[in-house]
Design a binder for this molecule. Structure first.
Ligand code: NAP
Ligand code: GDD
Length: 337
């Protein structure tokens, strides 16, 4: 019987982590995830995987750890000896990073260094595996660089989060060049889903719309409606991440749909998908959701991913909004219009 490939995922309890586990298990991997100790349950996005797996629990394992704790990361890598590591863990909220910049730099920036150092030390101390590394880089790196953005576009980070991701990006490139580690940056543009965190704007809108449809809320409070994003569907983006580690050579790739829409477009489309006319009656401005520096417009130029990875986004904007609204309406017991 062929030996199963092993993957280790940080951020396994997040939106992307949950889709990546499903993908890798389907591909026959043994999957290990790092979870943080919390005083409440934080595994709601992956609980169903354990339930589905009751016949063969040996393919999915969780380990306590934290990206701020180098010692545990090192021990996990030495014990598990994964073929591939996907570093998805991060303080990933841009607005929040202005409130907790040092913590964000520690986890989102230095956390990446800690994983790469552990991989390097594993190799140098005679480890058998040539561990491949995926870094969850972000279109936030481009910041104020005008669209479309590709692998050669300059970075101009506009938040503590983006600055931390820039450190992580360059550290990944440096460990590839300095130590020959198979390390890739996936520069992913915004990707969403029915599992998206509830404080990111898309999910906040689809949940808000559903709560209004269910008669639970009267208003939805938002910040800047003019910002434009390239929004795609998260499960497809994890396929791209996996593909990057299956190539002959490590490299960095931009992943997105190639289209941008404003937050206002998202609002209008979401209310319409729920059959509610006159969105203006429900949406109020709240300056608390503004950022000290904003990223105005992101649009991916994905020609490299299309050529090398043969990857292309399938789910476009209108379909994405429909999926998320339908999910949240159902969650609130509202019949689709
Ligand atoms: P997410 O839903 O916010 O998930 C973040 C994950 O990181 C969670 O599992 C979280 O654990 C974990 N985490 C947070 N702090 C940690 C720490 N100190 N140590 C270990 N793990 C920690 O984010 P996502 O949307 O899935 O995104 C995945 C990655 O891609 C992130 O690095 C994000 O910055 C990056 N990214 C996302 C997008 C996007 O549009 N979604 C685009 C580009 C890049 P808890 O569940 O315990 O909080
Ligand atoms: N979160 C939030 N809440 N954003 C709002 C709101 C609101 O009430 N109102 C308007 N916005 C605007 C923000 O100002 C921003 O321009 C846009 O909506 C998108 O905000 P988020 O959904 O919070 O995502 P993001 O683009 O800042 O960051 C996400 O995508 C990055 C990739 O470009 C996160 O997933 C990052 O982790 C990721 O790297």
């Amino acid at each position: 019987m062929a030996v199963k490939k092993k993957a280790l995922i940080s951020g396994v309890t997040g939106q992307d982590g949950s889709f990546l586990v499903e993908l890798l298990l389907k591909k026959g991997y043994e999957v290990h995830g790092i979870i943080r100790r919390a005083s409440t349950f934080n595994t709601s996005r992956i609980d169903h995987i354990f339930q589905d797996l009751h016949a063969d629990k040996k393919t999915f394992h969780l380990h306590y750890g934290d990206l701020s704790d180098a010692n545990t990361i090192r021990k996990l890598i030495q014990k598990i000896e994964p073929d591939e590591i996907y570093n998805l863990g991060a303080q990933s909220h841009v607005r929040v990073s202005f409130d907790i910049p040092e913590y964000t730099a520690n986890v989102t920036g230095l956390g990446t260094l800690r994983v790469l150092e552990a991989i390097k030390d594993y190799g140098e101390s005679g480890g058998k595996k040539k561990i491949k590394f995926y870094q969850a880089s972000s279109s936030e790196l481009f910041g104020s660089t005008p669209p479309p953005q590709n692998e050669l576009s300059p970075f101009h980070p506009r938040s503590p989060y983006a600055c931390a991701k820039a450190f992580a990006y360059y550290t990944t490139v440096n460990y590839r060049e300095a130590y020959g580690i198979f390390a890739c940056n996936g520069i992913l543009f915004n990707h969403e889903s029915e599992r998206r965190g509830e404080t990111f704007v898309t999910r906040k809108i689809t949940l808000g719309v559903a709560r209004i449809a269910a008669g639970l809320d009267k208003k939805l409070y938002l910040g800047n409606l003019d910002a434009r994003r390239d929004w795609g569907y998260a499960p497809e983006y994890m396929e791209a991440a996996w593909l990057m580690l299956q190539q002959a050579k490590p490299s960095d790739y931009v992943i997105g749909t190639g289209e941008s829409h404003s937050v206002k477009d998202f609002v209008v489309t979401a209310f319409a998908a729920a059959g509610i006319d006159n969105w203006k009656k429900y949406v109020e401005f709240d300056k608390r959701y503004l950022r000290p520096t904003e990223v105005n417009d992101l649009v991916a130029d994905t020609r490299k991913a299309a050529k090398v990875l043969k990857w292309k986004a399938k789910t476009k904007f209108a379909e994405l909004v429909k999926i998320m609204v339908a999910h949240d309406l159902k969650k609130h017991g509202v019949e689709k219009p």
